[in-house]
Design a binder for this molecule. Structure first.
Ligand SMILES: [Zn+2]
Length: 105
């Protein structure tokens, strides 16, 4: 027999699974489209393109919207944050496109 409390745990588990599946599908869809590539800006103001798949990261430490990772422009480890495309000037977009880090998320 399941107590109401047990039922709550089940609902919670179902929600967690749903979120995980949703995130995976979202990541897949992104990698099919733009390859999950996102323009990021480091704390020194350098712009470059990296792969930013929510919930998946092997080469950096995720801190919410910020990530601690290697900046190939300044060749240093730093905090980076994604930049919306419409926040970029054409010159900045060019700079970011010219710099890619390794293609490993
Ligand atoms: Zn930098």
């Amino acid at each position: 027999m399941k107590t109401p409390a047990g039922l709550e745990v089940l609902v919670l588990l179902a929600l967690v699974v749903a979120v995980l599946v949703g995130t995976t599908v979202y990541a897949r869809r992104r990698s099919d489209g733009g390859g999950g590539r996102t323009v990021v800006r480091c704390r020194e103001g350098h712009l470059y393109t990296t792969i930013w798949i929510p919930g998946v990261s092997f080469k950096s430490v995720r801190l919410g919207r910020y990530r601690w990772q290697y900046c190939p422009v300044g060749r240093h480890w730093t905090m980076v944050t994604p930049v919306q495309d419409d926040e970029l000037t054409p010159r900045e977009r060019e700079l970011a496109a010219a710099h890619h880090d390794r293609r490993v998320p």
